[in-house]
Design a protein around this ligand. Structure first.
Ligand SMILES: C[S@@+](CC[C@H](N)C(=O)[O-])C[C@H]1O[C@@H](n2cnc3c(N)ncnc32)[C@H](O)[C@@H]1O
Length: 224
């Protein structure tokens, strides 16, 4: 497979396509997708995740694929010590500008620059859908590796019937070159559990923005 350099790591070309595409759409994304876009159910899941992680205080939280950092800031507002990581340098620039009090860094969820077992929680909201499905076991294993025993994952993603989309424009007509995968919820749940995490709650909601695709939240815990 073709490789490209992302940060200091050599990664497959699909990551470069995601990074470049989100650099292109980042400024529009901030305007169109504020945290307030979350419906009441999504907000409730985010708050429940924060409460559980805070109560168990096993370590800080990483918001992986944080984009412009709106949800990172929401978690901080719930009292969590949180940092954001994203593949797109422009997204990270915008996150730093909007939330200078929070730490943000460029990085990939395929190889997190985080120690084993250090996180009390990991949020991946609307950020895993560009990974080819065959990459998901390794990424979910990476989430499990970085969580402390007893730490919690909150994964939010669109659902579908094994659809592989190749949009050429996004977020207001900007050119994009990423692929987009939508999997059935049962498959995502099985992949999360296959990585060694235990699903503790799942919430399916119709798309709060009114489009046809539904969205699901998976709350999972690293045993121990
Ligand atoms: C649709 S945005 C969601 C941003 C934010 N989580 C939210 O819900 O508003 C998807 C983000 O995931 C990031 N992303 C995609 N693949 C990634 C990867 N392998 N590692 C880190 N970030 C990634 C993109 O750069 C983009 O900023």
């Amino acid at each position: 497979m073709a490789a490209a350099s992302v940060g200091s790591v050599t990664e497959p070309a699909f990551l470069a396509a995601v990074s470049t595409s989100y650099d292109t759409v980042a400024d529009t994304y901030v305007e169109r997708f504020p945290p307030s876009r979350l419906g009441p159910l999504g907000r409730a899941m985010l708050r429940a995740f924060a409460e559980i992680v805070l109560a168990e205080s096993k370590g800080p939280v990483a918001d992986v694929g944080c984009g412009p950092g709106g949800l990172t800031a929401e978690l901080a507002g719930h009292g969590l010590e949180v940092s954001g990581i994203d593949l797109s340098p422009r997204m990270i620039e915008l996150a730093r500008a909007a939330h200078p009090e929070l730490p943000f860094s460029v990085g990939s969820m395929t190889a997190l620059d985080l120690p084993d077992g250090g996180l009390g929680g990991l949020l991946a909201h609307y950020s895993t859908h560009h990974l080819p499905p065959e990459r998901l076991p390794a990424v979910f294993a990476e989430f499990c590796r970085t969580l402390a025993p007893g730490g919690h994952l909150l994964l939010g993603t669109h659902l579908g019937q094994d659809e592989h989309l190749r949009p050429t424009s996004g977020y207001g007509g900007h050119p994009v070159s990423y692929d987009w995968y939508q999997l059935p919820g049962e498959r995502i749940a099985a992949l999360i559990e296959g990585a060694g995490l235990t699903i503790t709650a799942r919430l399916d909601e119709p798309n709060p923005n009114g489009a046809g695709r539904s969205f699901a939240y998976f709350l999972a815990r690293r045993p121990g």
